[in-house]
Design a binder for this molecule. Structure first.
Ligand code: ZN
Length: 88
């Protein structure tokens, strides 16, 4: 395991600020290998921002960069993202 690697729970607050829903239990289906993974179980690497990688094939699922009161989010490796919502 890389010293700079965390798990997806490390960016839960940031994701929740953006999506306003519980994101650690959201299921991301990887575009690369097709595996469904809870966001909290992704492998997170820190650098200039964060890269959330698939724990099965290491594809980059999500990229996050913060600065100047803005957040840039990319979803290069997510085929679908399943979120729990209230209501019908
Ligand atoms: Zn994968």
């Amino acid at each position: 395991m890389d010293d700079l690697m965390l798990d997806g729970n490390a960016v839960a607050g940031l994701l929740q600020d953006v999506f306003a829903v519980e994101t650690t239990t959201a299921i991301a289906t990887c575009r690369g290998c097709g595996a469904p993974t809870p966001m909290g179980a992704t492998h997170v690497f820190r650098g200039a921002g964060f890269v959330l990688r698939c724990p099965h094939c290491e594809a980059a699922l999500v990229t996050l960069v913060q600065g100047n009161g803005q957040v840039w989010i990319g979803f290069p490796g997510i085929r679908t993202l399943q979120l729990a919502v209230t209501g019908p």
